[in-house]
Write a protein of this length. Sequence first.
Length: 294
Amino acid sequence: MKKFKEKLIKKGYTDKTIKDFLMRVTLFDHWLETNSLTYNTFTYHRLLTYIGELQEQGKSKNSINTTLRTLEYYYNYLKLPNVALNVRQRGVQIEQALLLTEEELSSIYSNYQEPLTKGYFRYSNKLLLSLLIYQAIDKPELYRLELKDINLEKGTIYIAAGSRRKNSRIVHLEAHQIIPLHEYISKYRTINHPLQTENPKESSKLFSPNCDKEHRLNDQLKILITTMKSQNPEINILRLSQLRQSRIGIWIKQYGLRKAQYLSGYKAINAVERYKGMDMQDLTLQIEKYHPLQ
């Protein structure tokens, strides 16, 4: 299991994903042991039995499919005949988050008023929001950002690779981001967390102590999405990733697919092309709502 974890780390998976992978493999190991089975004797028929037991436990289709993807990956790692290859439950429904317009994104940013009066989150909440909206940075990239990645003189931010699907890139900052970033770095960065030791180690993270521990960033982003929804009731906001997706959609219209691919960091062009489809879906929904076919 240790070597499998090391491989996941090399592949660029986040700590949260790795923990989830290992948890699902451990549960499956226990199930094999309980049923006097091994990975070599596990068959497709047994896989269907395992899926059935997960269903009886009340696991959702999304959760079961995540387990099946984990087993597929683990079987590849073990170099055994892959009984879980491409096995998935059908009928998983995901609520589609439609792309927001430039006006809506700007409104979300300008409407943001910090509700927190205590804690270090309040010093960087709006900065994180601005990076999600204007540079289309995702959560793993926020977590990895370091102080050296910001060049305030040139007005740029370097976003490192670190994901199997992402390349590194340099993206320009908006003019209104420069002063708040400078103020944060010079006044509020590295404010000690009350649970830290008296002599905490100097952190290289841009958002410290927020990103010194992954769970802290998760907590901060939960607060951020809740605040954002409450302050913008007229805008259909489903999740934070919608901000990043919307920015990529705007880049496609402004610069075309190739530059949008570079700015968003995706290695594969089809990862960017899908946002064109989301935009067309919005148009289709509007037509169906206001001009239904008779």
